[in-house]
Design a protein around this ligand. Structure first.
Ligand SMILES: NC(=O)N[C@H]1NC(=O)NC1=O
Length: 174
């Protein structure tokens, strides 16, 4: 799909295709449709960032709260979004041993108790060992640091999802 095709999409199709680039936040996609035409994939990404950055703190926290826990309830009950399922599987989150599972569940709970939103990390840019390490280390951060860090991770996830939706191998393509 080239950028002209993206710019030509009616909002229903635009939201159908790009609605989950930020997990369970299709309102962001629906809002940035207004900003067409986009000069490039980067411009679309920048419009998403601009929307997120303009949100009050409660809105940013809300975005984080739309994310499923890593190796959490949704993974175990099979209710993850397709994107999240693939990302978590790639990082080995679907195949934790019993000891690792208990540790992740305990740390996820501790993190949520402390901050009021879930631990978010771009799983595709990490691996199991690094995720476990960061989960335990980031539990000790200040709340404002974790809010900013979580939003940075959301943007990384968004970038990879956007790239996955388009062909990146041809010039002038998204
Ligand atoms: N909690 C959390 O980080 N969730 C996610 N990370 C990721 O890469 N995909 C997710 O759903």
């Amino acid at each position: 799909m080239d950028i002209a095709a993206v710019n030509g999409l009616p909002y229903e199709d635009f939201v159908d295709i790009f609605g989950n680039v930020v997990e369970k936040c299709p309102i962001i996609t629906a809002a940035v449709w207004t900003k067409r035409p986009f000069a490039s994939l980067n411009a679309l990404e920048a419009a998403i960032h601009e929307f997120i950055d303009a949100l009050p703190q409660s809105g940013k926290e809300g975005i984080l709260r739309c994310h499923p826990d890593l190796a959490g309830r949704d993974l175990h009950s099979g209710t993850l979004t397709r994107e999240s399922r693939e990302e978590q599987a790639r990082a080995g989150m679907h195949a934790l041993g019993p000891e690792e599972s208990r540790r992740v569940a305990r740390l996820n709970d501790e993190y949520k108790q402390r901050f009021g939103f879930p631990f978010v990390i771009c799983a595709r840019m990490s691996d199991k060992a690094s995720i476990l390490l960061q989960l335990s280390e980031r539990c000790r951060n200040e709340r404002a640091v974790e809010l900013a860090r979580g939003i940075e991770e959301v943007k990384k996830i968004c970038r990879l999802r956007l790239q996955g939706l388009v062909h990146s191998d041809a010039p002038n393509k998204l």
